[in-house]
Design a protein around this ligand. Structure first.
Ligand code: PGA
Length: 240
C-alpha cells in the first residue's frame, strides 16, 4: 500500500481528483467505482471543475457506487443516489444511464446484488475504486465481524455506523438499519484502489490500517492483499 500524506483536507481532495482524472484521461471509457460520505465531497467538486474547464470528459465513463441504504427510495434526499446526483453527476457530462447505484427499493435484494456484480463484470470491471473508511474500519458497508462477505449483499449496519451516520438525519431512529453493499471481493477486483482518510476521527483507524494485521475486525485491512492501493490521508488522520 502506498501512503500519501497531505497537509489538509483540500490537498487530499486535490490529489485524489488528480489520480481519478488521470484514469479518465488514460481511458475515456474507464469504469469508476465511487463512494459516498463526507470525505470524497471535495474530490467530486474538483472533478466537476476539471470537467467544466474541459480538462476531462466523462461522456463515455461508467460508474458503480459502493452501497445504498435499504429500504431507501432513490429520490429521498438521504439516499446515496441522491447524494451522487447532487455532488457529482448533475455537474459533469456523464450519461446518467451509465451511472449505477444499487436500488434501495429492490423487491428481491439478493437478486439486485447478484445482478450488480454481474453488471460490473460485463462492464469490464472497475478501473479505479474510490473508498472512504469508517471509524470502525468498514469499507462500503462491510462492517467488522467474524467473517466478511465476498460479493455484493444485504447487510445490517452496526451501532457505530448508525451513530456516525445519524449526523445526516433528523434523529437517529431515522437512520436505516440495513444496506445493500458491494462485498470485499467485489471491491478487491478493482484494478486500482484509492482510500481517503481525513480528520482526527480517523486517526486511530488509519494507524490500524497502516500498522495492523489483516483481520475481519478491520475490513479495510483486507486491502493489504491488493497490489495497487493508495491511501491518501491528511496529517490529522496520519498522526505523529
Ligand atoms: P465519511 O464516511 O467519509 O463520512 O467519514 C466514511 C465511511 O463511513 O465509509
Amino acid at each position: 500500500m502506498r501512503v500519501i500524506v497531505c497537509e489538509n483536507y483540500d490537498e487530499v481532495s486535490k490529489k485524489a481528483a488528480q489520480i481519478v482524472a488521470s484514469e479518465v484521461v488514460l481511458n475515456p471509457k474507464a469504469v469508476l467505482g465511487l463512494a459516498t460520505g463526507s470525505t470524497p465531497v471535495g474530490m467530486y467538486k474538483i472533478l466537476a471543475e476539471m470537467n467544466k474547464n474541459g480538462e476531462i470528459d466523462f461522456s463515455s465513463i461508467k460508474s458503480f457506487n459502493l452501497d445504498e441504504y435499504y429500504p431507501m427510495s432513490a429520490d429521498n434526499d438521504q439516499s446515496y443516489r441522491y447524494f451522487m446526483n447532487e455532488n457529482l453527476f448533475n455537474h459533469i457530462n456523464i450519461d446518467i444511464k451509465n451511472t449505477h447505484v444499487l436500488d434501495g427499493l429492490a423487491e428481491d435484494p439478493e437478486k439486485e446484488c447478484a445482478d450488480y456484480d454481474k453488471m460490473i463484470e460485463e462492464a469490464g470491471g472497475i478501473d479505479i475504486q474510490v473508498l472512504g473508511i469508517g471509524q470502525n474500519g468498514h469499507i462500503a458497508f462491510n462492517e467488522p465481524d467474524s467473517f466478511l462477505y465476498a460479493n455484493t449483499h444485504i447487510t445490517d449496519l452496526t451501532e457505530s455506523t448508525i451513530n456516525a451516520n445519524s449526523r445526516f438525519f433528523e434523529k437517529i431512529e431515522d437512520v436505516p438499519t440495513k444496506a445493500l453493499t458491494m462485498g470485499i471481493a467485489s471491491i478487491l477486483k478493482a484494478r486500482r484502489i484509492i482510500i481517503l482518510a481525513t480528520g482526527a476521527s480517523k486517526k486511530a483507524i488509519t494507524k490500524e490500517l497502516i500498522e495492523g494485521e489483516i483481520s475481519t475486525n478491520n475490513p479495510a485491512s483486507m486491502l493489504k492483499v491488493h497490489k495497487d492501493v493508495i491511501l491518501i490521508c491528511d496529517k490529522e488522520a496520519y498522526g505523529e
